[in-house]
Design a protein around this ligand. Sequence first.
Ligand code: AMP
Length: 630
Amino acid sequence: MCKLMRLPLIALTSCPAEFWGDVAKDFFWKTKHTGQFLDYNFDVTKGEIYIKCMEGASTNICYNLLDRNVHEKKLADKVAFFWSVCVCVCVCVCVCVCVKKGDRVSIYMPMVVELVVAMLACVRIGAVHSIVFAGFSAESLCERIVDSQCCLLITADGFYRGDKLINLKLLADEALQKCRDKGFPVGRCIMLKHLSKEPEGILGSQSPPVPWNPEVDLCWDALLRGVSDECEPEWCDSEDPLFILYTSGSTGKPKGVLHTVSGYMLYTATTFKVVFDHQPDDVYWCTADIGWITGHSYITYGPLANGATSVLFEGLPTHPDVSRMWEIVDKYNVTKFYTAPTAIRLLMKFGNEPVYKRSSLKVLGTVGEPINPEAWQWYYNVVGEKRCPIVDTFWQTETGGHVLTPLPAATPMKPGSATLPFFGVVPAILNESGEELEGPSEGYLVFKQPWPGVMRTIYGSHERFESTYFKKFPGYYVTGDGCRRDKDGYFWVTGRIDDMLNVSGHLLSTAEVESALVEHEAVAEAAVVGRPHPVKGESLYCFVTLNDGVMYNSELEVELKKQVREKIGAIATPDYIQNAPGLPKTRSGKIMRRLLRKIACDERELGDISTLADSTVVEQLFQNRCCTAV
Ligand code: AMP
């Protein structure tokens, strides 16, 4: 049953402020807003781009997520996660190490409840968290710490990914050393003992040796023991920064997407409530990692704002076996389940048999990349037994929450389409000249006006924010995705149209991988393209041109893979590396990636190659293409 009728469904596109104003009444405000509810300029030709929601109002998001639900809504005894939360204690720890309102705190942790505690502790005192996915390398962590000038790093000793031990503290230390080398010493590092809770200290008998520098390192548990469990929230302005989350940028340098307090809170709370048709007795499970935006918005903020009960999962969908997900669904009676197409395709490979009892399920969600109709059908027919609506939610780190999405049981579904815009979101499709296309059409997906949860800037570079999202088509926010609209007005996102790849639902910039490869002494030039992959969506196909006199062999291949893993992280590991004595270039010297994509996929229909400087290069690359992954 869908109970959407309780929402104030008013004429949204014409009057979103009235709608959001009603939503805001459900939250606690220390002081009221003074300016317009939603004030903005989306047109670079008219001045600086800005978006402000409820400016002048003061609130605290942690207070709204915890205190309000506990005291006003009487949800103190309701399970938030199947863990227990002690945020105030953690806040006191932050205060002890001198973190103040506005300071940035880097968090590099596995999927443990203490990660949520650390996030909420930061926002309770008005500090800005910058979470770095625990699969990223030391180099990536360092880059992000330095860019956002973090004064504290919170990490853990390590964790297991399947059978593999990840020694996180070692990586954190390496990152902190790199920060020092760059002239940016981070004051303190708090480490949670996750692998070993044994009393004998940091070197618990079960855990690997953990390096310890008493001048920098502090132990989470020891700190927690010595502090008070009460802490008044710091009241923040609606437009104060809430968090920074890095996403790949097409130039290679990651962008620190900045979200602010009130708009993000209202938007994630509302999208969660409506898109998952949240009911008080639901048990919700989002399988994403909190290191990505899906985990921020739909594990922490949206569910907690609604007082939801969630499952927090640390592990792999196929470990110890391929029934793992469905066993958990059954164990906790999960009603709403949210995952990525890459996980669905992975599980689909093993057939229907491992799909365990899951009669509790009511709504299924998907996010991260276009879902192919075959995977959609399997999800709907097998996992959802044809009774659970699928919400295919299109959104980005930058949008803060869902922007194109069906509403369960209310929007007729079409497999592979994220269907229609959420309340107050106004999409358009533009052609190359920036003209809005009407009716069935295909082109650039853009948005014509903001919604409360959209990003406000790129941390430290408002100019980059304007040039990345607003310069190409003045008056519009440009998503970087291609999109088709059908005769019923449904949107079908076709994928990235910039130099970005989507591997297992994670965006990677080709430039970032290329520069990691070129940093190897053997490599003169590199070009990276995506090649379709049955599970991951896209795989990384890398062309490398070696320096004169260097021989290509399997040892070098291993080194290059290692190089990319160390620079970026395991998610960026190349699937294919091809030795390319020459790359196809235009007469002006620009690499023709379009042709490299054809070579990677063995497609001989090349289209117009009149601008190609030397056509023999292409034939040579076709002859030597990689057929098997490295
Ligand atoms: P991220 O900012 O890392 O969350 O990645 C956002 C990108 O993921 C979008 O720009 C799309 O390319 C892709 N994406 C996310 N959700 C969907 C979806 N439901 N359908 C199609 N593409 C999606």
